[in-house]
Design a protein around this ligand. Structure first.
Ligand code: ADP
Ligand code: MG
Length: 324
């Protein structure tokens, strides 16, 4: 029988790069660098709700950290430490080993120390907390958008939701397109480097976890402004360009979740600096619209007509409340 202690020793105890005291004591000890404030975010992933229970465990390990890294990226913060809390039905090493390796690889790729966590038996459930540093005045908030700002997004939109539609057999893509979209779903890339370069440059930012309409909507509400977006300007992957179902493409690009791209606003005066930030971060950045004073989010087609999306984005409680 494997004990909880053995599991922690075997899978969850990894070397740290910049931590005073890591795994093994009652608490970890970390030192912030001078002039920095602590940025903290946490995310819970529940099997059957956020991922299929049979998802590749290595990819899942990477993703559980990536979705947290994405939150810090959207603050313009540098990720430094993480803790992982895990409920697992049984100590199955064929699952735990690749999962822990994926989590650790993602941490190492971003110089994040894995400094602790909690391990218990129960229905599969993974909760990650990430801690990072940012200069107080430079943190990107949702509330900073100003009328006249350009609106930008990183990467391409809708791929992850298209990947999910493929896995659910709701849509069929060519094998290459399917593989790309499923990879985007199962192993998203957090835009950490871009976020750091945007700190002090962009006015406001949010990461796209629930879909462009929903998440940009949160940013607009927090900033008390509106936005006009050109659908034709939205960045589309080759896989989506090749997809023969335009209605579904539009739906996932506007309302599909799990892309973990950054959406941010900045003065038109810094356009060249934003382009340069994208180039240095090796991340595509695309200008998609403008912040306006009229509240609400308007998406226009090439004729100037308003597009009314079928779904605005993902809301965990929307289904339940619709039934009540
Ligand atoms: P306690 O009983 O005080 O909560 P635990 O026995 O749960 O302590 O944990 C012992 C040590 O192992 C702690 O330092 C804790 O942070 C670490 N730990 C437990 N689970 C994990 C995990 N999933 N990932 C990383 N560290 C873990
Ligand atoms: Mg514990």
């Amino acid at each position: 029988m494997v004990s909880e202690f053995d599991l922690i020793q075997k899978y969850f105890t990894r070397p740290s790069e910049h931590t005073l005291l890591g795994v093994g004591d009652d608490a970890a000890l970390m030192q912030l660098r001078p002039g920095k404030v602590l940025a903290v975010s946490t995310d819970m992933l529940v099997a059957g709700r956020h991922f299929f229970p049979d998802t590749d465990p290595y990819r899942l390990g990477r993703k559980t950290l990536a979705v947290n890294l994405s939150d810090l990226a959207a603050m313009g913060a540098e990720p430094r430490w993480t803790v992982l809390s895990l409920a697992i039905p049984q100590p199955d090493s064929s699952w735990l080993k690749p999962f822990a390796q994926g989590f650790y690889d993602e941490a190492q790729a971003h110089h994040v120390d894995w400094v602790g966590g909690d391990t218990t038996s129960g229905p599969l459930n993974v909760s990650v907390t990430i801690m990072g540093e940012v200069e107080q005045d430079l943190a990107l908030q949702r509330s900073g958008a100003q009328v006249g700002d350009d609106i930008w997004v990183s990467g391409t939109l809708g791929d992850a939701a298209m990947g999910l539609a493929c896995l659910n057999n709701q849509i069929r893509l060519a094998q290459e397109g399917k593989d790309f979209c499923v990879l985007r779903l199962e192993q998203p890339t957090a835009r950490v480097d871009l976020g750091l370069r945007l700190a002090g440059l962009a006015h406001a930012a949010i990461d796209l976890s629930d879909g462009l309409m929903a998440d940009l909507g949160h940013l607009l509400t927090a900033s008390a402004v509106g936005a006009d977006i050109a659908f034709a300007a939205l960045p589309q992957s080759v896989a989506l360009q090749k997809c023969p179902y335009p209605a579904q493409v539009q739906e996932v690009m506007l309302g599909g979740g799990d892309d973990y791209e950054l959406c941010f606003t900045a003065s038109p005066e810094v356009e060249q600096r934003i382009v340069e930030a994208g180039r240095l971060a090796q991340t595509q950045v695309t200008k998609i619209g403008t912040i306006v004073s009229t509240r609400g989010l308007r998406v226009l087609d090439p004729t100037g007509a308003l597009i009314i999306p079928k779904r605005r984005g993902f809301d965990h409680f929307a289904e339940q409340s619709a039934q009540q």
